[in-house]
Design a protein around this ligand. Structure first.
Ligand code: NAD
Length: 308
C-alpha cells in the first residue's frame, strides 16, 4: 500500500513512519519543513516538501504521489490555534479539506487523521463517551471537530473510506509542541537530562498515551476495512501529574522532582475518555503501561544524548 504521511517530521509522524516501513508500506513522507536526514538517508524513502495550507500545493502533491492511503498528521496544536485562530483554521481545517478533495479526485481509497478529545467541552460525565455531545471550548477543538464533520461528509457523499483517532496526552521522546507536553513529555525529557523538575500544577490529571501506542492505533485504523463511526476515543492510563511523577521517582531514584501544591489552572479538557468503541470495533488495546512508557521514554532520550 502506498501511504502518504503528512506532518512526517513532527513528533508522532517521526514515530509512525519507521513503523509503517516495517509493516511493508510504501511510504512517502511530507511536511512543510526542509527534508530531514533521518527520512532520506536512514529510511531511504521519498520526502516531499509541501505547505498544505495551500490548496495548489496539496493538489499537486496528491495528484503526483497518487497514494492508496493518507495518514494526515500535519497541523497546528492547541496553543498555536489559540494564538492565531485564522491560521489554525487554515492549516487544520482547510488543509484537511484540500486533501479530502484531491483524494476523491485521484482515487485515494483511505484517509486517516489524528483528532483530539478537545472536540468535547468540559462538564461531561467521565470517562467521556465516544459519542457524547461535542461543544469544544478551544479553537483547536473547533478545528478538530470541523475535520471530523468533513470526514463524515466525504464518507457519506463521496464514499471515501475515512477514520480519525482522538489522542489524549501523547508522550514519548521527540515531542516539541503542544500544551499537554508541559505536563508529560517535557517533564520526562528533563529527568533524562538530569535536570531538576519543578511541577507547578501537580494535581492536573490527564490520560497518558505512549507514542508507540498512538502509532499502533493509527496503523490499526489505516489498515481496518470497515467501522461504524468516523472518530474514536483512544485511551492510555489516567493519572495526575503528581501520580505520574511519583512513579517516575520510583523508576529513576536519582531524579530531582519538586511538586508544588498549586490549584490546577483552568483546563479546557476533561481528563478521561471511554475508548470502548475503539476496543470493540478496531481491536484497539494499549500495549504500554505508564511505567513501561516512561522508562522507554527516559532511556531513549538518555541514549540519544550519549550519542550526541
Ligand atoms: N501530540 C499529542 O498529544 C496530540 C494529541 C491529540 C492530537 N494530536 C494531533 O496529532 C497530529 C500530530 O501531532 P504531533 O504531536 O506530531 O505535532 P507536531 O507539532 O510535532 O507535528 C505537526 C507537523 O505538522 C507540520 N505542519 C504544520 N503546518 C503545516 C503545513 N502548513 N503544511 C505541512 N505541514 C505542516 C509541522 O511542520 C509538524 O512537523 C496533529 O494533528 C495533532 O493535532 C496530537
Amino acid at each position: 500500500m502506498k501511504t502518504l504521511v503528512t506532518g512526517a517530521t513532527g513528533f508522532i509522524g517521526s514515530h509512525l513512519i519507521p513503523a509503517l516501513v516495517d509493516r511493508g508500506h510504501q511510504v512517502v513522507a511530507t511536511d512543510a519543513v526542509a527534508e530531514p536526514r533521518w527520512i532520506t538517508s536512514k529510511l531511504n524513502i521519498p520526502y516531499e516538501r509541501a505547505d498544505l495550507g495551500s490548496d495548489a500545493e496539496a493538489k499537486e502533491l496528491v495528484l503526483r504521489v497518487r497514494p492508496d492511503g493518507i495518514v494526515h498528521l500535519a497541523g497546528l496544536l492547541a496553543e498555536a490555534c489559540e494564538a492565531n485562530p485564522q491560521l489554525g483554521f487554515r492549516i487544520n481545517v482547510m488543509a484537511t479539506l484540500a486533501l479530502l478533495r484531491w483524494c476523491v479526485a485521484q482515487g485515494t481509497r483511505r484517509f486517516v487523521m489524528a483528532s483530539s478529545p478537545s472536540v468535547f467541552g468540559r462538564g461531561l460525565p467521565e470517562p467521556v463517551a465516544n459519542d457524547a455531545v461535542k461543544l469544544p471550548e478551544t479553537v483547536y477543538g473547533q478545528t478538530k471537530l470541523a475535520c471530523e464533520n468533513l470526514l463524515d461528509w466525504y464518507r457519506r457523499v463521496h464514499g471515501l473510506s475515512v477514520g480519525a483517532v482522538r489522542f489524549p496526552w501523547v508522550y514519548g521522546p521527540g515531542r516539541t509542541t503542544g500544551l499537554t507536553a508541559l505536563h508529560s513529555s517535557f517533564l520526562l525529557d528533563a529527568i533524562a537530562r538530569g535536570e531538576e523538575v519543578v511541577v507547578e500544577d501537580a494535581d492536573q490529571a490527564g490520560d497518558w498515551l505512549y507514542v508507540h501506542d498512538a502509532v499502533r492505533s493509527l496503523i490499526l485504523m489505516l489498515e481496518k476495512g470497515t467501522h461504524s463511526r468516523v472518530a474514536y476515543n483512544i485511551m492510555g492510563e489516567v493519572h495526575s501529574v503528581r501520580e505520574a511523577m511519583n512513579i517516575a521517582q520510583e523508576l529513576f531514584p536519582k531524579a530531582r522532582i519538586k511538586m508544588r501544591h498549586s490549584a490546577p489552572a483552568p483546563y479546557p479538557y476533561a481528563s478521561s475518555f471511554d475508548d470502548t468503541q475503539a476496543r470493540d470495533e478496531l481491536g484497539w488495546r494499549p500495549e504500554y503501561s505508564i511505567r513501561r512508557g516512561m522508562k522507554e521514554h527516559v532511556e531513549t532520550v538518555r541514549r540519544s544524548l550519549a550519542v550526541a
